[in-house]
Design a protein around this ligand. Structure first.
Ligand SMILES: [Ca+2]
Length: 280
């Protein structure tokens, strides 16, 4: 489509696409200016419904545009990334400032890696349809064990007690990190409607953030009720990252609980955005 792109209900005109390209060029040429300016678009007024806010971009970091991000987290000054697709799946440890790959585990060609979550010193890495959960030592990336997962693995997070897994439906499943025994489910709704295609996850100060596949929205889910409390409208970020509907989806949320920093990226994006969110 040359003239118009469809972005989760938002129509991007040729002008919008040009603005996005100009924005990406500006980031590439003047990252310091971009960061200093704190580029932000005003949130759109909403009439009723679940509140929506646009994250404010505070920094743009480099990212490997070949990496099909399926899992993303921050730990002790590094990004940990699960890279998907058959023949490309890996576990990567990255320097956030330079995107340099510090450590790497290549997975077999028949494995499609998915969500990634840290529990104590263990990284749990899901696979899409291969029913495997790899457990790695976060310090060495040595394998510790494997678990069997029934059904598809998409995103993963940890609430301090249980691992939370998405499978593309609106129902999140809980597992024990000790033995991977099922620990229940949580159905996710927004205004009475199920929210399907829940994908990459992140636990952020008692709330669960979830990418929604093929959209530029992130659901902020109340884990007690399963209700979406807030939508993060990331259409502005997606436009600047070169989002288009053939696979460069928004998919990657990492959080530094100590410093309260939040990062967003996507499949084959060349950028990781540090963002701020007006939660109230
Ligand atoms: Ca994550």
């Amino acid at each position: 489509m040359l003239g118009m792109h469809i972005l989760h209900g938002v129509r991007l005109t040729r002008l919008d696409v040009c603005r996005a390209l100009m924005g990406a060029l500006a980031i590439a040429l003047y990252p310091g200016l971009f960061m200093a300016a704190g580029w932000v678009e005003p949130a759109q007024a909403q009439a009723g419904g679940t509140p929506r806010v646009q994250p404010r971009i505070v920094a743009a970091l480099p990212h490997d545009s070949a990496s099909f991000v399926q899992g993303f987290l921050f730990h002790q000054g590094r990004f940990y990334e699960s890279r998907g697709r058959y023949g490309e799946s890996e576990l990567r440890v990255l320097d956030p400032a330079s995107a340099e790959v510090l450590q790497l585990v290549e997975l077999p060609d028949e494995i499609f890696a998915e969500g990634l979550v840290l529990v104590d010193d263990m990284l749990f890495q899901l696979t899409w349809k291969e029913n495997r959960v790899y457990v790695w030592d976060v310090n060495t990336l040595e394998p510790i064990r494997e678990y069997l997962l029934f059904g598809e693995g998409w995103g993963a997070a940890y609430d301090g007690e249980r691992i939370i897994i998405s499978d593309g439906s609106h129902v999140l499943k809980y597992y024990s990190p000790d033995n991977f025994a099922p620990q229940g489910e949580l159905a996710v709704f927004d205004q009475g409607e199920p929210v399907i295609l829940l994908n990459e996850l992140e636990w952020v100060d008692g709330m669960l953030l979830a990418n929604v596949w093929m959209s530029s929205d992130i659901a902020v889910i109340d884990p007690e009720s399963g209700q979406v409390a807030l939508w993060l409208d990331c259409s502005w970020l997606c436009a600047r990252a070169g989002w288009h509907p053939d696979g460069k989806d928004l998919n990657g949320i990492a959080y530094d609980a100590d410093a309260g920093r939040l990062w967003l990226t996507g499949k084959r994006w060349d950028v990781v955005f540090e963002v701020e969110v007006a939660w109230e």
